[in-house]
Ligand binder design. Structure first.
Ligand SMILES: N[C@@H](CCC(=O)N[C@@H](CS)C(=O)NCC(=O)O)C(=O)O
Length: 221
């Protein structure tokens, strides 16, 4: 049995399909059509109580109790929701894209939390306000969240002027950020304005694992 990925073809879903491909973990996709309300089905809420994709079920989770197996273990099944938690779980399980040393892990945690707290929620609001039809409804929110989104791209660009990947070595934090940078056109960001982000973006998209992660059908249609 392989990991089951419950997802839809959105930035948060793509973060996990990219990580699974890059880690060479076999998995099966169960599409959760969030446009049709499938995220509210009781079976899905049992593994993802916040009614959002993505979530995973790993049939070979860590063992329970005092004799817990090593992280990669073959213990009892486990479910994980929240994309950041999923990325950390998979990194811990495989020992890939998540450094063992605490000093090297800190920047991964910093940039992963940066993505989860800002570089996702803010461009997501741009997507929302940009889609509103009435100019009066759109104006305030679009400016507020566009300004913040551009500020975040500036932060990322300055970071990537110093390092090849956000935490130095390629890590799950890059996969998390890429899921949202992939939607830059939708949140009205021109990567030409952020040359270091563009260099990083093109480097990542040249990777076969990243390409597979974005190509896999998460919508089942
Ligand atoms: N913090 C969550 C956010 C997940 C999220 O916003 N998922 C969206 C799709 S990208 C969703 O499932 N929306 C359905 C809903 O809100 O009902 C994570 O990173 O996993």
């Amino acid at each position: 049995m392989t990991i089951t990925l419950y997802a839809w073809g959105t930035p948060n879903g793509r973060k996990v399909s990219v990580a699974l491909e890059e880690m060479e973990l076999p998995y099966t996709v169960v599409p959760v059509n969030i446009g049709q309300g499938e995220q509210f089905q009781p079976e899905f809420l049992r593994i993802s109580p916040n009614n959002k994709i993505p979530a995973i079920v790993d049939p070979h989770g860590p063992a329970t109790g005092a004799n817990a197996s090593p992280p990669g273990g073959s213990g009892t099944p486990i479910s994980v929701f929240e994309s950041g938690a999923i990325l950390l779980y998979l990194g811990e399980k495989t020992g890939k894209f998540l450094p063992a040393s605490l000093r090297e892990r800190v920047p991964v945690l910093e940039w992963l939390m940066w993505q989860m707290g800002g570089f996702g929620p803010m461009p997501g609001q741009v997507h929302h306000f940009a889609a509103l039809e009435a100019e009066a409804d759109r104006r305030y929110g679009l400016k507020r969240f566009s300004d913040e989104t551009h500020r975040l791209y500036g932060v990322l660009d300055r970071r990537l002027a110093q390092v090849e990947f956000v935490a130095g070595e390629l890590s799950v934090a890059d996969f998390a950020i890429l899921g949202w940078a992939w939607r830059h056109e939708r949140h009205k960001v021109d990567l030409a304005s952020y040359p270091n982000v563009r260099r990083w973006y093109e480097t990542l998209f040249a990777r076969p694992g990243v390409q597979r992660g974005f190509a896999v059908n998460l919508n089942g249609i």
